[in-house]
Write a protein that binds this ligand. Structure first.
Ligand code: TYD
Length: 207
């Protein structure tokens, strides 16, 4: 069986990624994988700066945000203590909550998507996910979930923005369909059903 694969979970805010990542990690562990789960923006100083911008403690132009994500991602891959490349070398299967497809979708609402793809080319060259899983949800439903679960709303969490981001995700999938392995699943149903479909897809990678 193939071990240490790299899988990215994608979706708009409130799509249920974090629930699915936990369920997928459990299944992989049951199948004998050592699993390392991680996320972007990371908790590095660069990731913290991004979160400060999102929570309005700091101000920055969208182009600067896109650039910070490029740096955060490269550090996520390359840092010597717990970088993704190191974890893969150590034999872990790595699951990340967001990777460069998030940048393609979120930032191209504000700038040219090709620029965002170019800016992330080094990460794509260093490590392409074996599988990108996109958890699809109508933006109206994700907004309801966000409003129920959070005391404060972050920068990108408005209905209008999430609608645009969802459209950009689909535009990005079309643009990169030759290079990327993308699986789309609908999450407007019981989490266990979504998890079963995801596991069926991931199992095919592991043969
Ligand atoms: P995330 O941590 O998934 O959201 P949550 O607040 O639910 O934990 O992501 C935070 C925000 O970062 C989310 O609105 C999407 C945005 N984002 C980008 O704009 N570009 C990127 O490249 C990534 C990875 C995330």
């Amino acid at each position: 069986m193939r071990k240490n694969v790299f899988i990215a979970l994608e979706g708009i805010d409130g799509s249920g990624k974090s629930t699915q990542i936990k369920l997928l990690a459990k299944q992989l562990e049951k199948a004998g994988h050592q699993v390392y789960t991680t996320f972007e923006p990371t908790d590095s100083p660069i990731g913290k700066m991004i979160r400060d911008i999102f929570s309005h403690r700091m101000e920055a132009d969208h182009k600067v945000i896109a650039g910070l994500f490029v740096a955060d991602r490269l550090n996520h891959l390359l840092n010597k203590s717990d970088g993704i490349l190191k974890k893969l070398e150590e034999g872990y299967t790595v699951l990340t909550d967001r990777y460069y497809l998030s940048s393609y979708a979120y930032h191209s609402v504000h700038m040219d998507m090709d620029w965002v793809i170019q800016a992330n080319a080094m990460s794509a060259e260093l490590l392409r996910p074996d599988l990108n899983i996109y958890i699809d949800i109508p933006p109206e439903i994700s907004m309801e979930r966000i409003n129920r679960g959070r005391a404060s709303i972050e920068m990108y969490e408005t209905l209008d923005n999430l609608r645009q981001v969802r459209e950009k995700y689909y535009e990005a999938f079309d643009k990169v369909k030759e290079e990327e392995n993308i699986y789309i699943t609908n999450s407007n149903r019981a989490p266990e059903e979504v998890a079963t479909d995801i596991w069926n897809e991931v199992s095919r990678l592991l043969i």
